[in-house]
Every structure is written in structure tokens, then in C-alpha cells.
Write a protein that binds this ligand. Sequence first.
Ligand SMILES: NC(=O)C1=CN([C@@H]2O[C@H](COP(=O)(O)OP(=O)(O)OC[C@H]3O[C@@H](n4cnc5c(N)ncnc54)[C@H](OP(=O)(O)O)[C@@H]3O)[C@@H](O)[C@H]2O)[C@@H](O)CC1
Ligand SMILES: Nc1ncnc2c1ncn2[C@@H]1O[C@H](COP(=O)(O)OP(=O)(O)O)[C@@H](O)[C@H]1O
Length: 477
Amino acid sequence: MLTAHLVADIRAAEEALAATLPEGELMRRASKGLAERVDFIPAGEVVVMLIGPGNNGGDALYAAVHLLDRGVRVDLCLLDETKVHADGLAAAQAGGAQIVEEPSGQRWCLDAIFGIGARPGLSGKAAEWAEWIAENDPYTVAVDVPSGIGVDTATLSSMYVTADSTIAFGTYKNALLATPAESASGFPELVDIGLGPHLSEPSLEALEGDDGDLMAECFAWLDDPASHKYSRGVVGIAAGSEEYAGAAHLCVAGAQAGMAGMVRFAGSQALSARVVDRAPEVVAAPGRVQAWVVGPGGGDDVGALITAALADGVPVVLDAAALELEYLPGSFDVPALLTPHAGELARLLDTDRENVEADPLSHVTRAAERWNATVLLKGPRTLVATPGRATRVNLTGSLWLGTAGAGDVLAGLAGSLLAAGADPHDAGSFAAFLHGAASVHANPGGPVTASDVAAALPVTIADFIAGTLDDVRDWRD
Ligand SMILES: NC(=O)C1=CN([C@@H]2O[C@H](COP(=O)(O)OP(=O)(O)OC[C@H]3O[C@@H](n4cnc5c(N)ncnc54)[C@H](OP(=O)(O)O)[C@@H]3O)[C@@H](O)[C@H]2O)[C@@H](O)CC1
Ligand SMILES: Nc1ncnc2c1ncn2[C@@H]1O[C@H](COP(=O)(O)OP(=O)(O)O)[C@@H](O)[C@H]1O
């Protein structure tokens, strides 16, 4: 599991760690790690370092000493000559770094304007430097975080640095993992400075390929060779309509590919007949279920289906047509997983889609608290928020997953994990992870259909549990 922390928690951990170390040791570790991570800059090349007033600038100045040692030339642009890490500057200059008025022509750049002490937005010289980067496209490495973004909120501002990679110290920050700010950080890498034991609970978590054991822990029956279809759980699917019959098939396909032992379909006679024709394992007779999925491709009777599902007292996944304010209770008293995309969440929170997309973290958290439910906000970096738990951000998949019907498969899969014993937070986050990973497996780097994703799920799940899943993160390198 990869984790990110809030700035206040990072500062507290830094203080606790620094108290156990000689003066300056933390910055030594950070700057050495930074220099090692930029060892691809060839000797003889010139790197321009954009130096701000705080310790972020200090990190870069000490890293300059290592770079100069190996024959890289260093130009320094100082944001404010009266406010700069003085010892760092002296060390860099002693090693041969030159102060220059402004960046011009260098092909390599280190953004050390602001780190975790940043207020969002850039002005004056800092804004001019960000514009220079945007116009001239040097290979840019951000130190700890790209300058100008909202570090905790993961929001973008009117002016910020867009980096090719970010070298982060101690832990990830929300802005390096969640949209939209992650788009400014490029490929994020971590330098271990020993902060780990001093860090508190993460603000954000991301599942990784080797977290299959965490998923297996959700399903006690996996350890029981005598488990049967009912001990694995039955997932009820109330999806599809005359207009959107395909949603029923895709939601069922997602559910069948998951962990539950049986899929029960609830729909009109005509639709049930079509579903069973395509998937003969599906039971289209009434009976007990351990979780309901309601809403994908749903028709006029969605309100009644939700009422019936909630009356069953089992966990529910509510998706698509079920995500209307009038259908939702004031607060859920069964475990509930809501799976909106940005437009649907905007409708529920009475705001615009653009506002959700500009600040997904705060909107998904607000919705989870408002309904006392788990809310899975679909998008390029799907978020899963539950009151009292660290929000999870999904790193698997690629833009090819944005295809019609993919959400129906996801809802069915999440319902299947819920019925099989996972709580909504795990069901939602493992479903998003597997769904993204399956889309990459189905056709790496190219188009997939929602049916392809469903078809790739069983092998993806087997690989994940066995710990043999390839790297399926979407971040650009
Ligand atoms: N924590 C750790 O574990 C470790 C941390 N380390 C390093 O320290 C970095 C944090 O350093 P830091 O605290 O000195 O803050 P940093 O961001 O360099 O500068 C803050 C200054 O900038 C100013 N300023 C901010 N935004 C602005 C804006 N938009 N426009 C204009 N001005 C703005 C701000 O002004 P103020 O907001 O106070 O008015 C203040 O003066 C961290 O990212 C990492 O690189 C490592 O060395 C070791 C381990
Ligand atoms: N740019 C993207 N990168 C990765 N995944 C994406 C991207 N855009 C959309 N997705 C994923 O594709 C799926 C689309 O679901 P949804 O919007 O409900 O579509 P539909 O209603 O057609 O099923 C979600 O799982 C979402 O996270």
C-alpha cells in the first residue's frame, strides 16, 4: 500500500525525527536522495535550479553540490536574494554554481521554489519561471512537490509548475496522487528519509500490485476448502431496462467475475430471459441475497427497487439511475457504496461537474459524511471515501477504461465483493483497482470494451491474490 500524508502530519513527524538526529541530517538525507534520483542528468549539461526562500530551496542547493561533483553545471535563480538558505547557497557556490538573473536555454530544470510550505498559486518571478517552463519544456524535476499546487487539497491554481517527475521526501502528498494536481507532478518517486515510524495515519492510500493478501483477508471463506456458493455469498443485481438492456448484461458480467458464489437477477420477465440466455449461471428467481446492486441502466422503477433492497437490510451498491437525491435516505443504516461519476456526484451535491472535477477529494469526502456511506467517485483516479477511514485513490487503468458500460461492470464487481464479505470501503477500492488492472491486461495501451474488461477480471483477480500481478499503475514515465 502506498500512502500520502497531510502537511501538518509531515511537519510533526519531521520534528519528532529531527529531535533524534544531528542538526541538518534530514536535509542532508533529502538532498543526497534528490541528487541520486537525478543521476540521469549527464555530466557537462547545465541544470537551472529555481530556488525559493525555504528549506525546499535548501534541499536543491545541497543537491547542487553532488551534481557539481559529477561534472554537471548548475545555474541558480534566486526568488529573493535576501531570503535563501544561506548555508546551502554558500555550499553550492563553493562547488561552482553560478547565480543567473533568469532561466534561459537550459534543458534541465529543478523546481525548488516552494515545497510543503507552499500556498497555492504563483506570482511575480515564480510565475514567470513557471511560464518559462511551460514555453521551453526543459526536463523538469519538482523537489518534493511542484510549486503552486494545493499540497493537501490536490487542487490546481491559476499558475503552477508542471514537472516531468517529482522527487518526494519521506511520504507522498495528496497532490502527487489525486487529480487534478497529480497531473502537474509527472512520475512521483519517494526518497526514504526515515520519517516512516513518526508518521500518523495516512490521508490517502493507494493499493498496489502486491496487496493481494489484503484483499484475501476480506474473504474468510478463501481459507476454507469446504466453502460453497452460499458461504461465498449471493449478489443481487437490479439493473437494466428496456432502453438499456446492455447494462444488465455488463453488470451481471462484472458480478460473475467477482468473488460471490451466485448472481441473482431481479428484472422484468423479458429482461431476465435475455440475461439468462447469455449467462446461464444466473438465477432469475426471487430469493435471499447478501448484497444488492441497484441502478445501472435502471428504468422508472428504480425508486421501488432501492426501497426493496434497503428493506432487505443487506449492504447495497447504488449506481447510475439510483443516484438521485429523491431515492437516497437521509443517512444509510445499512453498509452502502455509492458509485457516482463527477456529473452524478455534482447532481447529488447540487453543484457543477466542473467544481467536482476541480476538487474531487473534498467533494467525495463531503458526500461520504453527508450520507454516512462509502462514496466511490469514478474518474481517471477513482477515489473511495468512507467516514473514519483513509480515502483510497486508484492508480490502475488508463484512459482507455473511459468506455461505455465500464461503470456497469464496476458496479457488478463491487457488489460481488460486498456480497462475498468485504466492507464497502474494501469492496469499492479493490473493485476499482481490479477493474483498472483488468482493462490494462485486456489490451495494454489500446482500446477495450466493457465486456473485455469483465472477461479479463478473473485472471487479474487470480494474479492479484497470488502476488504475480504486473505493474498496472497508470502513471506516466
Ligand atoms: N518536512 C520534512 O520532513 C522535510 C522537509 N524538507 C524540505 O523542506 C520543505 C519545506 O520547507 P519550508 O517549510 O521551509 O517551506 P518551503 O515550501 O520551502 O517555503 C516556504 C516559504 O515560501 C513562502 N511561500 C509559500 N508559498 C508561496 C507562494 N505561493 N507565494 C509566495 N511565497 C510563498 C512562504 O511564505 P509564507 O507563506 O510563510 O508567507 C515561506 O516563506 C519540504 O518541501 C522539503 O523540500 C527536507 O529538507 C527534509 C525533510
Ligand atoms: N481517463 C480515464 N482514465 C482511467 N479510467 C477512466 C478514465 N475515464 C473514465 N474512467 C473509468 O471508466 C469508468 C467509466 O464509468 P462510467 O462513467 O460509469 O461509464 P458508463 O456509465 O458508460 O458505464 C469508471 O470506472 C472510470 O473510473
